[in-house]
Structures are given as C-alpha cells and as structure tokens.
Design a protein around this ligand. Structure first.
Ligand code: UD1
Ligand code: CA
Length: 454
C-alpha cells in the first residue's frame, strides 16, 4: 500500500482580488501550491494529483513540478466532486490523502497520524479547536465521543454551531472505499454542492471508524482566502523560520523584521539587523554581521564578514573577513576572496576580486579579474561593453587604479602598476609603472563667465 496525494485547487479565489490565481500567490517567495507540494513530497507520495479549474492554464504553466498529475475539474461542484475527478487514476489499495492548495502550512508530521489511521482501517480527519469556528464545517461526535458526521456551517443548526471542533478539510482514506463513498454523495444541501465531508456519514454507516486527529496549532491549518489571511500566514512562517535561525545560533535584532524566503543556513554568532530579506539559498558563516536593510539572494558570506546597511547581493560569493557597503551591490558571479573591502555605491558583476583588494567608492567592476592587494580609486569604471559584446579587464596584484580611471576593455593592468587619476586607459598598462592617459591641462586667459540672459 502506498500513498496518493490529491491537492484540491480548483476554487476561484475571488476574494484575492488579483489577476494571479490564488494558489500562485507567493508566500515567503514561493506560490501557495508550491508549499503544499513540498509537504506532499516530504510525505513520499507515490503520486500527486492536483485538481485545477477553469483558467488553471496559468497555474499549470507556473508550477512545473514534473511529478504532478493535473486533473481538470471543469465545473466547481464541490469538494467531493473535485476529489472524484482524480479517483479513477488511483488504484483501490492506495491510501489517499486530500490536501488543499490554499492551506500551505501543514507540516508532514501533523499529517502522519491521518495516514496511520488509514493503516489501522479507519478514515483519518484533521480537525482543529477554534475559538471562533464560524464558517467551518463542524465535527459532530456521538455520546461516546465517536465522530459520526461533519456538518457544514451553512447547514448546521444552532446547537451544532456551538461545536468548537472544526473540520480542516484534510483527510485520508483507502482509495477503494473512497470511490464507493464518493459515488453516493448527493448535493441536497444549503450550497447545492457535493460535499467531500459527507463521506464521513457514509463511512460510519458502513461501520468504518472515523478518527479525528486534532492539529497542534491553528496556524498549521489556516486557509488563505484573501490578502489579509495571506499576510497572517506569512507572519506565522516568518516567525517559525526566524526561530530556526535563532536556534542555529543567530542573533536577530527583531525576529519580526527578518524575511526568509528560501533555504537559509547560519553558523554561530551571526547577527542580523532589522529589515533584512534573505532569498533562495543563503549561507552566513560564523560571526557574519548583516546590517539593516540588506537584501541577499543566493549568496554565500564567509566567516566574520560584515555587510553594512543597505547592501544588495545576488548570486555572490563573499569570502571571510570582508567589509561590504553601505550601499554596495554584488551582482551574479561576483566572487570576493578574503579581506576584500567593497564600499558605498560600488557595483561588482561577474568578477573575481583577490585577497585584500579594495574598491571603496562609486565604482563599477564588471567582467574583471582583479588580483590581490589592489586599490581601485573612487569613480573607476571597467568599460566592459561596446554596445554589442562584453570584454574582460585584468588587474594584476598590488596595482593602484587612480580615481576616475576608465579601463576600456579588453585591457590589462600589470602587477604593481599605477594609473593616473582621470585616465582613460585603452591599451595595456605595464607592470610596476605609472600610466597616464588624459589631455594636458590648459588655462585660458581672458575667458569670461557667461551672463544670464534677461
Ligand atoms: C471546506 C469543508 C469544511 C471545512 C473547510 C476548511 C467541505 C464541504 N467543507 O469548506 O468542512 O471546514 O473546508 O477550510 O469540504 N475546491 C475544488 N473544487 C470545488 C470546490 C472546492 O477544487 O468544486 C477546492 C478549493 O480550491 C479549496 C478546497 O477545495 O482548495 C476547499 O474548498 P472551499 O470551497 O474553500 O471549502 P469550504 O466551503 O471552505
Ligand atoms: Ca474555504
């Protein structure tokens, strides 16, 4: 017996007021459906079916997970009808777990008891105790505490509405039984829908036990219907991820003001100041300090390196004991060795910067190989683009690039060479010498400032 997961995602999500389908709304940078798929994968599902609706082409185009079997539910006739669309493709001896595309935070370990219930011959349901369960289906138990049915809020009487155990909608059952039960569903209810929840009544009638397992927290079963709920779910996830980082040894100036949108790992004694956004795969080694308002995407930061405020990095590799920023930008394939200083308004792209080299002010370094111990003066530009192609600049060890140098690539500056401030260097500059390339200074006698026209 193995596991088939069916994710119901055909609902319209009108309350999002968005052109983007609900299940594609990003949560921590990943579509809602992506979170549910991650859960499905960590439960080692043998097959994953996503029930999608009209206009779902956008969803199919955006979610490229090759393991998904897409099932079209052309008309949204209810959750029972939705599941029924997927069942013909699932063998009778499979365990079926139903997840919702808009319930993103359920952890695999919370769902495991539902699967265990199926192994024991029962139906497993995930329920949750709520202070305000209005809107939810309620779990109705008999006088010995056994689940006998689920009643939807709209169909519930006053007494049933007092029940605080709500249905999360997530359930597991044996495929063969589900098929039989689904075929018996009727839509004679307040919403005129085929309710998946009605299988509970039928199962009980068939003498099958229904086990309602309570979720450990409300956050794990929150559904996202509008932007307010999206923000709530985001806040929960942010809190959990911040906690993970703190337990790994990071100090966060304010856990509510760090956004983790990917897989972030940290060494010991890392400090992260406020309003830091970490995206994709980010690793911060021991003793790294990240100043306020930094945005790091797919970046590795070496031990004891400090990023001052307002740095932006993307696919950069930064060595140990570097100083970066404030206001530095490291673009894809910026690779910095150790003890490198990159200062304010400096942009580095697709370049290697050697040990101890510095570019502290107002500089662009792109497509360059920079040696160690190099000093790049303020306002230097590697002129790497001729309008059609990109060209390389090489700067040897211990070179000193005068302020305002234009290094027109392809060009090479030898080891220990100096370039004069304001030089436009178009030919290779030899090692160990001063190279100047600028017009001779003149002073015009008798020149007058223009007067303002009246
Ligand atoms: C459902 C449950 C309710 C539970 C609540 C928890 C039923 C009848 N009721 O109610 O007991 O408390 O979830 O949030 O199941 N969907 C489809 N096709 C459809 C209808 C729905 O794919 O025809 C999908 C939706 O995209 C969504 C999920 O099923 O992901 C739930 O549908 P929704 O209409 O939100 O169910 P509720 O009425 O909230
Ligand atoms: Ca709902």
């Amino acid at each position: 017996m193995s596991l088939s997961i069916v994710i119901l995602a055909a609902g319209q999500g009108k309350r999002m007021n968005s052109k983007l389908p609900k299940v594609l709304q990003p949560l921590a940078g990943v579509p809602l459906l992506g979170h549910v798929l991650n859960t499905a994968h960590s439960l080692k599902a043998a097959d994953i079916h996503v029930v999608y609706g009209h206009g779902g082409e956008q969803v199919r185009a955006a979610i490229t997970d090759p393991s998904i079997n897409w099932v079209l539910q052309a008309q949204q006739l209810g959750t029972g009808h939705a599941l029924a669309q997927a069942m013909p493709q699932i063998a009778d001896d499979q365990t079926v777990l139903v997840l919702y595309g808009d319930v993103p935070l359920t952890r695999p370990q919370t769902l495991q008891p539902l699967l265990d219930a199926v192994t024991a011959g029962s139906v497993g349901l995930l329920s949750v105790k709520l202070n305000d369960p209005s809107g939810y289906g309620r779990i109705v138990r008999n006088n010995v505490g056994r689940v006998v049915r689920i009643v939807e809020h709209k169909d519930a009487n006053t007494k049933e509405r007092l029940i605080d155990e709500a249905n999360t909608g997530l359930l597991a059952a044996r495929a063969g039984q589900l098929k039989q039960w689904l075929s018996q569903l009727k839509n004679d209810n307040a919403q005129g829908e085929y309710y998946l929840t009605d299988i509970v009544t039928i199962a009980v009638r068939d003498g099958v036990n229904v086990e309602a397992v309570q979720a450990p927290s409300e956050a794990e079963v929150l559904g996202v219907n509008d932007k307010v709920q999206l923000a709530e779910v985001e806040a929960h996830l942010r809190g959990w991820r911040a906690k993970e980082l703190m337990l790994q040894g990071a100090t966060l100036a304010d856990p509510a003001r760090v956004d983790i949108r990917g897989e972030v790992t940290v060494g010991k004694d890392v400090f992260i100041d406020v309003n830091v956004v970490l995206v994709g795969r980010v690793h911060l080694a021991d003793g790294v300090r990240i100043g306020p308002n930094c945005y790091l995407k797919d970046t590795e930061v070496g031990a004891a390196t400090e990023l001052f405020p307002n740095c932006v990095t993307d696919r950069a590799v930064i060595g140990p004991e570097c100083n970066i920023g404030p206001f530095a930008r490291l673009r894809p394939e910026a690779r910095l060795a150790d003890h490198v200083h990159i200062g304010n308004f400096v942009e580095i792209k697709k370049s290697n910067i050697g040990s101890g080299s510095k570019a502290n002010h107002l500089t662009y370094v792109g497509d360059a190989q920079v040696g160690s111990g190099v000093n790049i003066g303020a306002g230097t530009v590697t002129v790497n683009y001729d309008g059609a192609n990109k060209w390389q600049t090489e700067i040897g060890d211990n070179a000193f690039i005068g302020s305002g140098s234009m290094l027109v690539a392809p060009v090479s500056i030898g080891a220990g060479a100096n370039t004069g401030a304001g030089s436009t260097i178009t030919k290779d500059a030899p090692a160990g010498k001063l190279t100047l390339a600028r017009a001779r200074q003149v002073t015009l006698d008798g020149w007058k400032r223009p007067n303002k026209k009246s």
